[in-house]
Design a protein around this ligand. Structure first.
Ligand code: GUN
Length: 296
């Protein structure tokens, strides 16, 4: 391995430490930042995320409000809960865990959240603000990737960045953030022609396709920085499973200048950025200055 390992686990602990410092200062002013998480149904992976989110929210000193609703919850009941959370002064951030059961319209639900409390940054107003370079709530995973890239490179200005994947949660906001930091950005996806050549020109590769080992090592430009957003569970020896990213880590780490591992790369940064966004939302709600180093 020749690449520098970008340790997301350690970086996330640092971000949570900063968040905890802001929470302490806010509490001294009589303000406790609060995060509400809504989980509809009992998807096993979502259960794990929600439990971890709750644990870390409490660890940094914030108030955690969990709302678990039955799988067959109807739209009006969920909308009623969101209205109540929007109006609750103790709640500064609202996250509705996705995916929702198929009978619920996630666009409608997400767009019912007060944009100022939309700590996922999925509300159309926040998407528009980010796209026009205005102050917004920024989706957590791309924000975490940006923080790691800025930390590693200092300035990203003028670098060629390729984002593989065009989801609303990662690919599109990631591209906007990189553009905001003056990268030359290409959004590639499953239909992109000559993807290998596109990736070979990139100083920064962000892989968010959700396919194990989709990016082979020989696509990586020597010295490039590789951010692997993929979290794929695959069969391993002895009937066990293990987590791998979207990039062939062993091969890519012989060529890249720096690379994030899976697990221990982007994953821990997502929850850290959710907590960061909640502090940001709380500061804004109280007319206080933006918390330094926690926003885009
Ligand atoms: N499900 C998987 N990741 C996420 C996320 O970042 N936010 C929400 N709301 N749901 C998710």
């Amino acid at each position: 391995m020749t690449a520098t390992l970008i340790d997301g686990k350690a970086f996330a602990a640092k971000v949570r430490g900063k968040v905890a410092g802001h929470v302490t200062r806010l509490k001294e002013m009589g303000i406790t930042p609060g995060l509400a998480v809504v989980l509809v149904g009992a998807d096993a992976a979502s259960e794990v995320y929600v439990r971890n989110k709750g644990k870390m929210t409490v660890e940094v000193g914030m108030a955690s409000f969990e709302h678990r609703l039955a799988e067959d919850t109807q739209e009006d009941e969920l909308m009623g809960l969101i209205d109540r959370l929007n109006a609750d002064p103790e709640v500064h951030g609202i996250l509705v865990q996705l995916p929702l059961p198929p009978h619920l319209n996630s666009d409608l639900v997400i767009n019912a959240i007060d944009p100022a409390k939309d700590v996922d940054g999925f509300h159309i107003l926040n998407v528009g603000l980010l796209g026009t370079g205005q102050r917004s709530m920024v989706p957590c995973t791309p924000l975490g990737c940006l923080m790691m890239l800025r930390d590693h490179h200092g300035s990203l200005s003028g670098l060629n960045a390729v984002v593989i994947g065009r989801s609303n949660i990662v690919g599109k906001p990631m591209a906007q953030l990189l553009l905001g930091d003056s990268c030359t950005v290409t959004i590639a996806h499953s239909r992109t022609k000559d993807l290998a050549d596109v990736v070979r020109r990139a100083d920064i590769v962000v892989a968010a396709v959700g396919r194990p080992g989709f990016v082979p090592g020989d696509w990586i430009k020597p010295g490039a920085t590789v951010i692997d957003v993929g979290i794929n569970r695959i069969e391993a020896e002895g009937g066990k499973t293990r987590l791998v990213g979207d990039v062939d880590f062993a091969a890519a780490s012989e060529v890249a200048g720096a690379i994030t591992p899976v697990p221990g790369g982007v994953g821990p940064m997502t929850i850290a950025c959710l907590l960061a966004n909640t502090v940001t939302a709380c500061c804004r709600a109280n007319g206080l200055p933006e918390p330094e180093g926690l926003t885009a």
